[in-house]
Design a protein around this ligand. Sequence first.
Ligand SMILES: [Zn+2]
Length: 494
Amino acid sequence: MKRYFIRTVQVALLFILILACVVLFRTEQARWKKAVSVQKKEPISLADKQEYAHRLGKALTFKTISYQEEENNKWEEYKNFIKYLEETFPQVHLTLKRDIVNEHSLLFTWEGKNPSLPPALFLAHYDVVPVEEGTENQWKYPPFGGVVAEEYIWGRGAIDVKCSVIALLESVNYWVQQGYQPERTLLFAFGHDEEVGGRKGAKKIAELLKERGISPEFSLDEGMAINEGIIPGIDGPVALIGVAEKGYLSLELSISTQGGHSSTPSDETSIGLLASAICKIEQNLMPAKLAGPIRWMLEDLSPYMNFPMRMVCSNLWLFDKVLTRVFASIPSANAALRTTFAPTLFHAGEKENVLPTHAYAVVNIRMLSGDTTEKVTEYIRKIVNDKRIEIKEFSPEKTDEASPISDRNAEGYKAIAHTIHEVWGNIPVASALTLGGTDSVNYVGVAKNLYRFQPLKFTKEDLELIHGTNERLHVDNYMKGIEFFIRLLKNVGK
Ligand SMILES: [Zn+2]
């Protein structure tokens, strides 16, 4: 018996030893996978950076604000912005074909020399969100002043995302002035209503492309960037390329009961039944999976992580269950693991002493690729398991299915990653999942692969400026963005 026990302990120890060796070997091996820095690259010289900064600054003075109620939009400002682009980039307008789509959105076509190559599509939007009422005074410089000061370009749209519209036009202008013409056709689509869903801008441009039988090899949009200090185990900058985007769905749950006087309540009320349904939904989340883009991100980044994180992320075959549990407890990480449910509206009752007959609630849902509207609605119905509660889509016009996952080994992805290395050196580049919505969803089925990467570097603090007070962009950060687009146009255009 004793001998058997000793043998078992020996075998267990041997097993642990082998496991430790495998884990340590893989941890070490991960370091060898670091990207090799780009040796040769084309010299790019950008003249006075203040001029670039002021051209963007001026673009921020147009109040192209997307209000929730469209009738509040000042269309004159949109028209003036388009006119400003004509005046600022005359050569671009002479060389490229411009379509004004649905009155305010823009599609530029830069015809390539080789029509047999599928085009590349660059996306951005020039509408911005309003400045929150009551916060105007907290802006150091006016939100629509277009001020360049303290080495920053200040104003609404500096980061999200007029900067990309102008930077793309700057980079086209750069090549046009040198008499360059791409081999591949390059398309530039600038929507005017991304902040309210892109249905009248991006969607219409996508329809036009379809009508013309144009199917780009890939599209590049906002949605991810170079981040600093957000990935555990890595201090320096990390470039994330979004290869998928979560879907959007709101479900309304409603119930009608007898109602009556609150002095003689029945044991089941509209409010109680609906509240219990919401509780069930919150307590029965859809399963969390460390799969797809989130897993790729950890694997891609593992070579650059400190030892403990590298050990975990280069051995996901062993640690993925533990890591899934840890991530599930962090809201921002949890959102990348599963389809999420957020109860956002709850309405019932008019008077304190009357039992309401009707109650309704809305759950906002962000779907992971693979979870469709139909599947999720069915899941919620099963969880609620109460025939008295009616479940239907709340705002079907806003529903977006989760995007397909784009190919991270395709030409377009490689060109984006390569260009990142040309501009920012040997920084880690990883595939990721975009949690918020972008105009890209409108191009599903039009562009073969959809990527999301905005060529700017953001700290945690910068990320809070998006849609916030004192939105601003450092001039050097902006210049790197322009350099990225200049190089990328050449890298994909040739
Ligand atoms: Zn945006």
